[in-house]
Write a protein that binds this ligand. Structure first.
Ligand SMILES: [Zn+2]
Length: 405
């Protein structure tokens, strides 16, 4: 997907697709709403008549609507403001993790409607598909007022074959080649889009209308949960690689003699930083120990609460994860030179405690001075970045620029 940059774009002229101008108009309205036709024409650097024509088309298709009336300039007519019409369509976002699966309903702009619900993730793919279908139908039935569902976006903790709609390998779930998209679509009767959670998260940031984000085309999202997912954007494009499996920094080893990782190898970055790794460190047990995982009863939030309450062992477990997080971030900075790194996950609720440790570990290992000052931003847990990522899988393509030769 190519993102239109509303601050630096070339308007398509005769001979190029009219569709591109429509998408530029749609993106500008989304980024600047409420916006008048005159403002839109100015933003697009086209004559008022050209903008009005595009607006009429978008109005006819129900993609935008006219709202409040603005102040008249001079003796002119009072302008009406344009908005993206996100009112009568909703999106369901699903975040599958090894421990629990979360569900959220939003409008087409990604605004949260209602509360997040969750259930324990069945390890069997068929059972998960059936339970998920049942829950999604239930959630939609209780949100009848939000209109038709445009699609279900599913962020999964593994690599995704986009053609087949299957999960190629999800280490924390122990899944190989699990068909998810088509069975789920068949059961729910609504289009389902699936993608790796790290990729979904970075896609959501790319889609965000924040001007400072749009202006920089090199972003990395590190999602710390039961595992560790990474999504990479280079020059405004999601890095997929040949098989859509690029970006698996979580399975780059920090130390080959390190703890056993969910992928079967030893010493992966994930095996040092994931929530399960931090909890295992606290309980003094091996990450690969069989039996019930510590998250079943005691979560990373509980651990962070103990650290805040002065439990030195809890603080030490979190501090170690913070240091390993920083060391891995330094590798990402050295390898990709991003302008900004986003971090999401429960560990960010302890950011005020761990930030100095993360940053000093980054500085210890980066190869240049500017590498050490790479922007690191925390996406607050209450923004539910993985669910937002899942929603972006459905909502973002509507605003994506078509590729041109
Ligand atoms: Zn691994």
């Amino acid at each position: 997907m190519r993102k239109i940059n509303p601050h630096d774009f070339k308007i398509a002229r005769r001979g190029t697709s009219r569709e591109i101008n429509r998408q530029i108009a749609l993106n500008l309205i989304r980024a600047h709403q409420p916006v008048s036709r005159a403002d839109l024409a100015r933003l697009m650097n086209v004559r008022r008549g050209v903008a009005s024509l595009l607006v009429s088309e978008l109005l006819d298709e129900g993609l935008i609507f006219e709202g409040a009336v603005g102040e008249a300039v001079g003796r002119g007519r009072r302008p009406t403001f344009l908005y993206i019409d996100s009112r009568q369509r909703c999106v369901v976002g699903v975040d599958i993790r090894a421990s629990r699966t979360y569900i959220l309903v939003t409008d087409l702009m990604g605004r949260q409607l209602g509360t997040v619900s969750s259930f324990q993730t069945p390890k069997d793919g068929d059972l998960l598909t059936q339970e998920l279908a049942r829950r999604v139908k239930q959630v939609l039935a209780s949100h009848k007022d939000v209109g038709a569902c445009a699609g279900v976006g599913v962020a999964v903790p593994g690599m995704v074959d986009l053609g087949a709609g299957s999960v190629l390998h999800a280490p924390t779930l122990g899944w190989h080649n699990v068909n998810l998209r088509d069975p789920l679509t068949a059961l729910i009767g609504i289009p389902v889009h699936i993608e790796n959670s790290g990729k979904a998260c970075v896609l959501a940031q790319l889609w965000a209308t924040r001007a400072d984000v749009v202006g920089s085309g090199n972003l990395v999202f590190v999602s710390v949960s039961d595992g560790l997912g990474v999504g990479v954007v280079v020059n405004g494009e999601l890095l997929r690689g040949k098989h859509n499996t690029a970006g698996e920094f979580g399975h780059v080893p920090l130390n080959i003699d390190g703890p056993r990782c969910s992928c079967g190898a030893t010493g992966c970055w994930e095996a040092y930083v994931s929530n399960l790794a931090t909890l295992s460190r606290y309980f003094g047990r091996e990450l690969s120990d069989s039996g019930p995982k510590p998250t079943a009863t005691f979560t990373i939030e509980d651990l962070i609460a103990r650290a805040r309450a002065g439990d030195a062992k809890a603080m030490a477990a979190i501090n170690s994860s913070a240091r390993y997080l920083g060391l891995g971030l330094a590798s990402i900075i050295n390898a990709l030179d991003p302008s900004r790194i986003f971090i999401g996950g429960e560990i960010t609720t302890a950011w005020s405690l761990i930030e100095p440790i993360v940053r000093s570990a980054v500085k210890e290992r980066v190869l240049t001075e500017f590498g050490g000052s790479t922007e690191i931003h925390v996406v607050p847990a209450e923004e539910h970045p993985r669910l937002r990522g899942a929603v972006a899988l459905v909502a973002a393509p509507a605003f994506a620029a078509p590729m041109v030769a």
